[in-house]
Design a protein around this ligand. Structure first.
Ligand SMILES: Cc1cc2nc3c(=O)[nH]c(=O)nc-3n(C[C@H](O)[C@H](O)[C@H](O)COP(=O)(O)OP(=O)(O)OC[C@H]3O[C@@H](n4cnc5c(N)ncnc54)[C@H](O)[C@@H]3O)c2cc1C
Length: 392
């Protein structure tokens, strides 16, 4: 089968030109798979709020991140290529990206950054082929933005290991994972610890949050933890504070920009195709100046977001403030672009059949997770002024 030409309309600075022929070929295979297998079910699954978990295995079989041709000697795939994988997934759908990337991105990164060499060696092959799945449980029902100071979930040391009590909320992929990385405050100390809790351990209860109107194909869950016994060898020994968690996720910070760029590209593809096809006043609406202005603004937003993604991928972030700035910019550009794409389509813009409204709704999920606009603003504001405007 002929693979599709990889078009990136917002890549005005030519970043995709830095991909190798093998990387481009792999990305084209990914796009072919997504278009042929996942795209046809999106409307039905979105309406039903059904998971895309069944596509994880076929995606693993594409060997996106462990193809021997793309993996350098012990170094893994190139970060730029990895970014474009996220972009391609989000160009199709945010939920597909979270369903796959929550495992090979977030969960794998946590294990690599926090785990012992023995834990990494034991778990990594299963993480890549989805036989050892996991998610990240930090937020709590009563503590979101103030989780660092307010966390109530505790881990108490006993002769047999640790006993965890508490509750977590909003955990993505929790009901399709074998393991939950639970963050808990040490009951008899000051440390913040992370445990790889088997999802079927006694005392764990997971329930899907219903009636969600964004990222509907991701199942976010409430998790109750009551006297859950976890052995010491399931604790990630290199996580002992929030600083360690931030360090663990630093390499993933550019991902939010890649995701935003991908969603904007998906929304743009839908809007520009629609504008060429739809006729009013006897001509394609793509010929109207005000429609062109919307399309140009989306492409300009993509160009900015992509530049941010590439720069922060090729020059890794070393501080805790830049990620907040990235999130602010990526989420703002996304929100504007998906609204413009929807607007381009008139009434049809609110029909799932035309894609834009799916990106529009999902943008609201991304706007909130990984730090809200307000909290990120306070973090950047504190760094700029030297004054903390957090209330405590
Ligand atoms: C789709 C989705 C997926 C998620 N996935 C995960 C996951 O996998 N794992 C996980 O652990 N968590 C996850 N989360 C949780 C997410 O990180 C939190 O929703 C987020 O941190 C905000 O917390 P909150 O929803 O409790 O809002 P709140 O903290 O209650 O905030 C409500 C509003 O008040 C504002 N606010 C709070 N404090 C201040 C202040 N000092 N000054 C000004 N304004 C303030 C906030 O910005 C927000 O606008 C997810 C959330 C969503 C929506």
């Amino acid at each position: 089968m002929t693979e599709p030409a990889l078009d990136y309309p917002g890549d005005l600075l030519g970043f995709a030109g830095d991909l190798t022929p093998s990387e481009r070929a792999q990305l084209a295979r990914l796009r072919t798979f997504l278009d042929a297998s996942v795209r046809p079910v999106l409307v039905e699954r979105w309406e039903g709020g059904e998971s895309l978990a069944d596509f994880r295995r076929p995606l693993a079989d594409l060997h996106l991140l462990d193809d021997p041709e793309l993996v350098g000697a012990g170094t893994g795939v190139r970060p730029l290529y990895r970014g474009f994988v996220t972009l391609e997934l989000c160009r199709l759908d945010l939920a597909m990206s979270i369903t796959y990337g929550g495992q090979v991105g977030m969960f794998r990164t946590l294990i690599h950054a926090g785990g012992s060499p023995e834990q990494i060696a034991a778990w990594d092959p299963g993480i890549l082929d989805f036989t050892f799945t996991g998610c990240f449980a930090l937020n709590e029902p009563d503590h979101g933005s103030d989780i660092a100071g307010g966390m109530t979930t505790t881990a108490r040391r006993t002769a047999d290991g640790w006993v965890i009590d508490g509750a977590k909320r909003w955990v993505g992929n929790a009901t399709i994972s074998d393991n939950l990385v639970v963050v808990a405050r040490e009951a008899d100390g000051d440390r913040v610890l992370a445990f790889v809790v088997p999802a079927d351990a006694a005392g764990v209860r997971r329930s899907v949050i219903e009636h969600k109107a964004a990222a509907r194909m991701v199942h976010n869950a409430d998790i109750a933890l009551e006297g859950v016994l976890v052995p010491e060898d399931r604790r990630l020994p290199r996580i002992e504070s929030f600083r360690d968690i931030n360090r663990a996720f630093r390499s993933l910070r550019a991902d939010i920009a890649w995701s935003s760029a991908g969603m904007q590209l998906g929304a743009y593809a839908a809007a520009s195709e629609y504008a060429q096809r739809r006729q009013q006043f006897g001509r394609p609406i793509a010929g109207f100046q005000l429609i062109q202005e919307k399309l140009v603004r989306i492409v300009a937003n993509i160009a900015q977001t992509l530049a941010l993604a590439v720069r922060t991928t090729t020059h890794p972030i070393a501080d805790d403030v830049t990620p907040s700035l990235i999130k602010l910019i990526a989420a703002d550009r996304l929100r504007e672009s998906v609204a413009l794409a929807r607007e381009t389509m008139g009434g049809n813009g609110i029909l799932l059949d035309h894609d834009a409204i799916r990106f529009f709704a999902d943008a609201e999920a991304m706007y909130t997770f990984e730090g809200t606009r307000e909290v990120n603003t306070l973090i950047v504001g504190r760094a700029l002024t030297g004054h903390s405007a957090f209330t405590r």
